[in-house]
Design a protein around this ligand. Structure first.
Ligand code: ADP
Ligand code: ADP
Length: 232
């Protein structure tokens, strides 16, 4: 069961002298219920690959799929629906709305989509995320790790087919980072959540089931059951 897939994926930015080839014919399948990390040097195409798989950016050539849906063929409104209903995002900068409480932030994507959370599932997510009585606090009243856990809960509560996380621990100390990664890891183990994470941190990658290494726009290696030492 494949949750996301790229087939001969090319991405070219600009033209002429300024042309940059960010992806050079990437083929990859991401299995449902797995936690995949994407690693590689700065500029190797990690963000581009993730954005094109998530429907945030369009490939120049080739195809990208979420489940059976070929997102390269979707209209703008089709893409908006895909991003709203089928994928979740976690960013390095948390991207919480400062005027809303943690709980309101968690529920925001659902309310925008006009959906109500399944009460049992909502309770499970809220319990697992471990914010306790801080659910009524605004982001500015929370630590970085707590803010990122709010962002994780916001992504998880809509039960997306894939969660895309772009350097989710990039702004956190190692202890807060471990809490966020443990939460992501457990959401794979306990709920079968599919996660794709871009990271340059070997310790973060060790939480994944599989690491894909990019260099210069292509996949150059991969590793199953990675360890922090192994991906260094
Ligand atoms: P990574 O996430 O591995 O750092 P990126 O996917 O961000 O790599 O970038 C891959 C290459 O594409 C880099 O050379 C980068 O400068 C270039 N690039 C990324 N986004 C753009 C853009 N919007 N316009 C032009 N070049 C871009
Ligand atoms: P719990 O007590 O719920 O298992 P932890 O945060 O200790 O919470 O761990 C969450 C998940 O992350 C567990 O599945 C654990 O196996 C995994 N995990 C914990 N530490 C690491 C690590 N350093 N590298 C990889 N996976 C880890």
């Amino acid at each position: 069961n494949i949750a996301a897939r790229a087939v001969d994926a090319w991405k070219v930015y600009g033209s002429g002298e300024a042309q940059v080839i960010a992806l050079r014919g990437v083929d990859v399948e991401l299995e449902a219920g797995h936690f995949t990390a994407i690693m590689g040097p700065s500029g190797s195409g990690k963000s581009t690959l993730m954005h094109c798989l998530a429907g945030l950016d369009a490939l120049t050539r080739g195809q990208a799929f979420i489940g059976e849906t070929q997102i390269t063929g979707l209209s703008d409104s089709g893409l908006t629906k895909l991003r709203r209903d089928r994928v979740g995002f976690i960013f390095q900068q948390f991207n919480l709305l400062p005027t809303l409480t943690a709980e309101e932030n968690i529920l925001l994507p659902l309310s925008i989509a006009g959906r109500k959370p399944d009460p049992d599932w909502y309770k499970t997510v809220i319990t697992t995320v471990g914010l306790g009585d801080r659910l009524g606090h605004r982001p500015s009243q929370l630590s970085g790790g707590q803010q990122q856990r709010v962002a994780c809960a916001r992504a998880l509560v809509a039960k997306p087919e894939v969660i895309f996380a772009d350097e989710p621990t990039g702004n956190l100390d190692s202890r807060s980072g471990a809490e966020v990664l443990g939460f992501l890891r457990n959401s794979v183990r306990d709920f079968g959540q599919t996660i794709v994470m871009v990271t340059h941190d070997p310790n973060a990658a060790s939480y994944a089931d599989r690491v894909i290494f990019l260099a210069d726009g292509g996949i150059v290696d991969e590793m199953l059951e990675p360890t922090a030492e192994g991906v260094l």
